[in-house]
Design a protein around this ligand. Structure first.
Ligand code: MG
Ligand code: MG
Length: 255
């Protein structure tokens, strides 16, 4: 069941969203060649600890529980990369996805950052994925069904010569990180016939396009978490927690 949130509840979600935004600012300032992904994770872990926020990714159930507060996915890694000793090098792109619960409400946001100078292919990928997220947010008040937004997101990405990952989707968010509905970044008959939903005031969604430079196909590495592109071409991921208010979309995880 999709929960609609009152203006008071949406206001109560802001501190969690703002802490996630602060976490992104902190890692963005720290990203440089030579830093390890584990060091980036530690920055966010400390920030959440200091704020008394509950990290939502650490211990997330799977074949093995997710071991960190942040998913860090470099280059061909799509999502769910595990922070570790890997040192970033100039020319990498690094996707940082994190979420927390603060005062009983959740926030979730991802951003893909360049490390030093990146090539044209990666610049195009970051620009298109970020603009795909922006497009979806702008359409929330112009369309009546999510399927209409999803098909425009997909058309935008494919029109730019890139592909949308279909194995993973966004989600409703509130007291829990993953709530109804599922929020795919692509159109399908299943979405239209069974899983579509009306864009109404009070919806709070984590919208999170994942876009690949090459094939849309992905595979799972043997660590049971890291998802990579099948052709090992780069992938990008951008996500905001967005509330649909009477005044329009409100980005809870924007700075
Ligand atoms: Mg996320
Ligand atoms: Mg999410």
């Amino acid at each position: 069941m999709i929960k609609l949130r009152s203006p008071r509840e949406i206001a109560a979600m802001r501190p969690a969203g703002q802490l996630v935004a602060q976490a992104h600012r902190a890692v963005r300032e720290a990203i440089r060649p030579g830093i390890t992904t584990l060091e980036l994770d530690a920055i966010i872990e400390r920030l959440f600890e200091q704020a008394d926020a509950e990290p939502l990714f650490k211990g997330y159930p799977g074949v093995t529980p997710f071991p960190a507060v942040t998913c860090i996915s470099v280059n061909e890694e799509v999502v769910h990369g595990i922070p570790g000793g890997r040192e970033l090098v100039a020319g990498d792109i690094v996707g940082i996805d994190t979420g927390c619960r603060l005062a009983g409400w959740c926030g979730d946001s991802a951003w893909t950052y360049p490390v030093g100078e990146i090539d044209d292919e990666k610049q195009h990928l970051l620009k298109v994925t970020r603009e795909c997220l922006e497009l979806s947010i702008n359409l929330l008040t112009r369309k009546s069904l999510w399927s209409e937004v999803a098909s425009e997101m997909q058309a935008f990405v494919e029109g730019a010569g890139l592909s949308v990952v279909t194995q993973f989707v966004g989600h409703g968010i509130g007291r829990e990180m993953h709530e109804a509905p599922q929020v795919p970044n692509f159109y399908s008959d299943e979405l239209r016939d069974k899983k579509d939903f009306r864009l109404r005031t009070g919806l709070v969604l984590a919208i999170e396009p994942m876009v690949n430079s090459g094939t849309a196909e992905v595979e799972l590495l043997s660590d049971h978490w890291t998802v990579v592109t099948k052709d090992r071409k780069p992938s990008a991921h951008f996500e905001h927690t967005v509330a649909l208010t009477a005044d329009g979309p409100l980005l809870l995880t924007a700075e």
